[in-house]
Design a protein around this ligand. Sequence first.
Ligand code: ATR
Length: 276
Amino acid sequence: MANIKNLYVIGWPIGHSRSPLIHQYWIEKHGLKAQYSQKAIAPEDLRNFIHTLDPDQCLGFNITIPHKEAVFAQVLARDILADKLSATNTISWRDGKLYANNTDGYGFYRNLIQYSNWQQIDQPVIIYGAGGASRAILQALHDAGAKHIYIYNRTISRAEKLLEDLDIKANVFKDVAEMSNCLDRCGLFINTTSLGMNGENDLDIDLSAMPKGAIVADIVYTPLKTGLLRQAEDLGLVTVDGLGMLLHQAAKAFEIWFGILPEVDDELRDLIVRDL
Ligand code: ATR
């Protein structure tokens, strides 16, 4: 009988990751011989973890904060997207070598399409934040053809650096007032920061000028309905919560490991919602 292969999500601290619940759901659904668990790996132990992995025992792993860039830097083979983003969230094996993938942008985009059917590539898109999540989302929207991308970040230089790194032409707002003035033309507003997460302040912006049918997306999923999404819902705007991004980035990782793109169905979503 074939050995059971292991899969992990690594982070520091790892906290309460939902990835084991998601992947175990699909592993059982597809009757696969695999086991997915979480591992807390301190930064000083990362190198040892990576270099002692055995392909006979382990199919790959996911990476979460703060290791996405550090793992990328230690793995020599990468797909184009991970290379572009200088970060990886999914490691697999290719030709006996660890191979870095990045499925975050895919996860964001699939979720956006599932819940909003976003197609307005001519309307301005506003990305709030310029951290790691923003990077993957900016690249995904650029690749999807968004013609007018605007970024707001508290630290302007970080937004400018992001555009320079990715070699994407977009606009950086100088301040909140400039961003607010753009809202009446904006088709899609995305929060890519942790603002609105349990225990953090809400993203404080008045969305009332946004046009009818515009979309507001949040990457935060604890709570599922952030203050930003509640405001958007009250205004009759289309809302996209952050849980779907988590589920779809996981689905793509699962496909990389097993060659099966699993379904993100309501049963799975309900399972994770009960765990939030
Ligand atoms: P991640 O990898 O999760 O995106 P990150 O790289 O630390 O995390 O980025 C966090 C983002 O949230 C940044 O855009 C950060 O703005 P700065 O670059 O100015 O730090 C933004 N952010 C965090 N706390 C914020 C706050 N209180 N107000 C506004 N932006 C905030």
